[in-house]
Write a new protein. Structure first.
Length: 288
């Protein structure tokens, strides 16, 4: 079995690493908040490590699932990081939603060191991570994708090789644009239904099977009605994603008007102190 290292065991990463361990892969894990590792050791048998160097030593494949591009940069390029400690020929897979430009840079830097780098961001939220049903969008070399596919299949169902380095991140950007629109749409539909005196649950049933249907409408809108605003995906991370997209689009002179509007709403939510709520907490923007 391939030796696996996993860097970043948050809401998503801990579950993804757990699926690999359940399939019999030996997984060493590192997380900045070490207390999270003990629970994962008990649940899945992950081996906690005190440093990145300890986790990646001897690993055939290193997965990364952290918060922001600056975190990706730090764990790959920083002192004591992955590039300093991974064995030659190791496959390094960043599953963080990050910058396409950074993904391309890491690929090129890795090649100089005899390391193979792929970007493989995911969609499906905490439930997808927990159930092993994530969509995984992959950028990198075809032969590396084929090698990694059995590992991806432990944690996802819809796995697509999109092209060269950075193309996984570009695909995730397109995903987040669509999610931004769908999230704003179902939130406004709920607000309208409540103001009109409709039963919101019945409204969702009525429109969910028609042209308005979406994953967000089916899965996230019911959470809002239950008052469940726990983060499957943090507000602060969604803001990060939308800013990355606007930066990339700006390079081509493309204006994304809908995304810009949704970003402004979420930035207002951040000012309201809602960074650590889930994206479905957009309802609070309308209730303020």
């Amino acid at each position: 079995m391939k030796q696996i290292a996993w860097i970043g065991t948050g809401v998503m990463g801990g579950q993804q690493a757990g699926h690999l361990a359940k399939k019999g892969y030996p997984v060493k894990a590192y997380n900045r908040s070490a207390d999270k590792l003990e629970a994962l050791k008990e649940e899945f048998g992950l081996v906690p490590c005190e440093t990145i160097a300890q986790a990646v030593e001897g690993a055939d494949v290193v997965f990364v699932m952290v918060g922001y591009p600056k975190d990706v940069e730090e764990v790959f390029l920083g002192e004591g990081g992955i590039f300093e400690n991974a064995k030659e020929g190791a496959l390094l897979i960043d599953m963080t939603t990050s910058s396409p430009s950074l993904a391309q840079r890491l690929y090129e830097e890795g090649k100089k060191k005899g390391l193979r780098v792929m970007d493989a961001p995911v969609s499906g939220g905490d439930s997808g991570a927990r159930n092993g049903t994530l969509s995984i969008m992959v950028g990198g070399d075809e032969k590396d994708f084929e090698e990694a596919l059995p590992l991806f299949e432990c944690m996802g169902k819809n796995i697509v090789h999109m092209g060269p380095a950075g193309f996984g991140q570009h695909t995730k950007a397109a995903n987040q644009i669509a999610v931004a629109g769908a999230t704003a749409a179902y939130t406004e539909a709920l607000v309208y239904a409540q103001k009109a005196g409709l039963e919101p649950e019945k409204m969702l049933t009525a429109i969910g099977a028609g042209a308005a249907g979406s994953w967000q409408l089916s899965n996230m809108a019911p959470r809002v009605l239950k008052g469940d605003l726990a983060p499957g995906f943090f507000v602060k991370h969604f803001i990060k994603d939308m800013k990355i997209i606007e930066e990339e689009a700006g390079k081509w002179g493309v204006e994304l008007s809908m995304l810009d509007s949704v970003l402004k709403m979420y930035e207002e939510m951040s000012r309201m102190g809602l960074d650590n709520d889930g994206t479905q907490a957009l309802i609070k923007y309308y209730q303020k």
